[in-house]
Design a protein around this ligand. Structure first.
Ligand SMILES: C[C@H](O)[C@H](O)[C@H]1CNC2=NC(N)=NC(=O)C2=N1
Length: 117
């Protein structure tokens, strides 16, 4: 099943974060879409987060995207760290309960990519 069709599973710890190899493999799947061609997601140097910057027309469009991210984050009970500026939204995802990356991060990332106009 594609990442975008899956749903975030509750994660309360007790499992290992994804290994570097597992994370790289999921990143490949996440970036293998038209939405990710312009600007791909990247794994941060500490291997604990994935990150992507979206370019928008202006501040209003950036806040609009944040509002749509809010809805999907609440639906999935998984929440990104967001930085908003004029014409930009930077999204970072990690799974706090395990101190690193889980499949939930990649699922939410795939759903956020679909929100772009
Ligand atoms: C029970 C519920 O799934 C957790 O409290 C969620 C809430 N949102 C979350 N969001 C993110 N990004 N990481 C988490 O570990 C997390 N935990």
């Amino acid at each position: 099943m594609e990442l975008v069709q899956k749903h975030c599973a509750p994660c309360e710890g007790g499992v290992d974060p994804l290994s570097e190899q597992e994370a790289e493999s999921m990143l490949g799947e996440l970036n293998d879409t038209p939405e990710a061609q312009k600007q791909p997601w990247a794994i941060t140097a500490d291997n604990r987060r994935i990150k992507k910057g979206y370019k928008l027309k202006d501040f209003v469009e950036a806040v609009d995207l944040v509002n749509r991210i809010k809805d999907v984050a609440e639906e999935e009970s998984h929440h990104p760290d967001l930085e908003v500026g004029y014409g930009k939204v930077v999204v970072q995802l990690t799974t706090h309960a395990i101190g690193g990356l889980s499949e939930n991060d990649f699922i939410l990332a795939a759903k956020i990519d679909k929100l772009q106009a």
